[in-house]
Design a protein around this ligand. Structure first.
Ligand code: ADP
Ligand code: 5GP
Length: 205
């Protein structure tokens, strides 16, 4: 059995990290894909836990070496998903969770096709997104403004996703996310379906 991929996208400040944290004890074993980025670490962020923080030069070396499953420029920085750990986790049959932007979602879906389930997370309104970004107080105001402008573009991609989670009440959003994550484990690839039919016909299982 191969694993499954769950892509979580949505504006910065939508609550993606909060939801993954609060749902983590309800979704069994999973592998969270730690991205590589050229953005500066925020206070409290740890290299190798939140992100792999690298220079622009190091990131571009990795691009040349073909190490990324996908990468994109988001808010003027590079962000990318390394292929190797994702492949290993999938081979072990694990659910792999990505927190990536809408461009990354398109690329992962194009490459990984039927292994992918996706959910777009958003606060109930743009106003509430602004409140959360300022409330988080992790970014300077010009960076927050850039993220708000970007959010107005990202929301236009909402129809490309399998599911939408409105993160209004955190407990409800977290439960919805856990339901989607657990269902995504049950999705079979075309190859797995073909194998199942052969086994079913031959009475091998
Ligand atoms: P993201 O990972 O999508 O950038 P975060 O998880 O960091 O977003 O959440 C952004 C801010 O919003 C944080 O300060 C978080 O505590 C807060 N937050 C998340 N979900 C909710 C919610 N349902 N109601 C109110 N505040 C929330
Ligand atoms: P932040 O700087 O707030 O941590 O993340 C900014 C945006 O980059 C978020 O929308 C997040 O989902 C996205 N992001 C994080 N890692 C990756 C990645 O590996 N690839 C892509 N395409 N986007 C990412």
């Amino acid at each position: 059995m191969s694993g499954a991929i769950l892509v979580l996208s949505g504006p910065s400040g939508a609550g993606k990290s909060t939801i993954i944290d609060s749902a983590s004890n309800r979704i069994g074993e999973y592998y969270f894909s730690i991205s590589t980025t050229t953005r500066e670490p925020r206070e409290g962020e740890v290299h190798g836990v939140d992100y792999y923080f690298v220079s622009k030069e190091e990131f571009e070396e990795d691009i040349k070496a073909g190490q990324f499953l996908e990468y994109a420029t988001v808010h003027s920085n590079y962000y990318g998903t390394s292929l190797k750990p994702v492949k290993e986790a999938l081979e072990m049959g694990k659910l792999v969770i990505f927190d990536i932007d809408v461009q990354g979602h398109r690329l992962v879906r194009a490459k990984m096709g039927d292994l992918v389930t996706s959910a777009f997370i958003t606060p109930p309104s743009l106003k509430e997104l602004e409140r959360r970004l300022y409330g988080r107080s992790t970014d300077k105001s010009y960076i927050i403004e850039q993220r708000i402008e970007n959010a107005k573009e990202e929301i236009k991609a909402i129809g490309e996703f399998d599911f939408v989670i409105i993160n209004d009440i955190i407990d409800r959003a977290s439960l919805e996310f856990a339901t989607i994550a657990n269902a995504s484990r049950l999705k079979l690839s075309k190859q797995e379906l073909e194998n199942l039919v052969v086994q079913w016909e031959n009475g091998l299982s």
